[in-house]
Design a protein around this ligand. Structure first.
Ligand code: DGP
Length: 133
C-alpha cells in the first residue's frame, strides 16, 4: 500500500533493520525501542490490524514471532518476552499495518506495563459474559 511505512520496509523500498524473514513475514528492530532487541513482526501483505487480518496470515506471523524468540534465547540468552499488538484507534496503534511487538524483558528493568488495574470490574463479569451470547 502506498504511503504505508511498513509496506515500504516489507517491499525493501526502505531498508529494515532485518532480524529474520520468511516467505510472507518480516521481523525487524523497532526504530523507537522500549528495550534492547525490541522487534516488530509484520506480514508482508498489508492488513490494518487484527480486525481485517485472515487467520492463516496470523499463523505465519506467529511462526516468525516464535523463531525470533528462539533466536534471541539461543544467541543472547534472553529468557523473558512480552509479545503484544495494538489494534485500533483507542489502542496505542500508531502504524496502521498489522504488527506484533516482541519486547525482551530483563531482570530489574523499569518497564511498567500494568500501571492501570480495575479490580472492581470483576463483579460485572457475569453481565459482561452475558453480552457475548
Ligand atoms: P504501535 O504503537 O503499536 O503502532 O507501534 C509502532 C511501532 O513502530 C513504534 O514502536 C515505532 C515503530 N516504527 C514506526 N515507524 C518505524 C519505521 O519506519 N521503522 C521501524 N523500524 N520502526 C518504526
Amino acid at each position: 500500500m502506498e504511503n504505508c511505512i511498513f509496506c515500504a520496509l516489507a517491499e525493501k523500498r526502505l531498508k529494515p533493520w532485518l532480524v529474520l524473514e520468511s516467505d510472507n513475514c518480516l521481523a525487524f528492530l523497532d526504530s523507537n525501542p522500549v528495550a534492547p532487541y525490541h522487534t516488530l513482526v509484520i506480514p508482508k501483505a498489508h492488513f490494518d490490524n487484527m480486525l481485517d487480518v485472515p487467520v492463516p496470515v496470523l499463523q505465519d506471523v506467529t511462526e516468525l514471532i516464535h523463531q525470533v524468540c528462539q533466536l534471541y534465547t539461543q544467541k543472547l540468552g534472553i529468557d523473558s518476552y512480552q509479545i503484544f499488538n495494538n489494534s485500533g484507534p483507542h489502542s496505542a496503534q500508531t502504524v496502521n499495518h498489522l504488527h506484533f511487538h516482541i519486547l525482551p524483558r530483563f531482570e530489574g528493568d523499569a518497564i511498567k506495563f500494568y500501571a492501570t488495574r480495575m479490580p472492581e470490574l470483576v463483579k460485572q463479569y457475569p453481565e459482561m459474559l452475558d453480552k457475548l451470547k
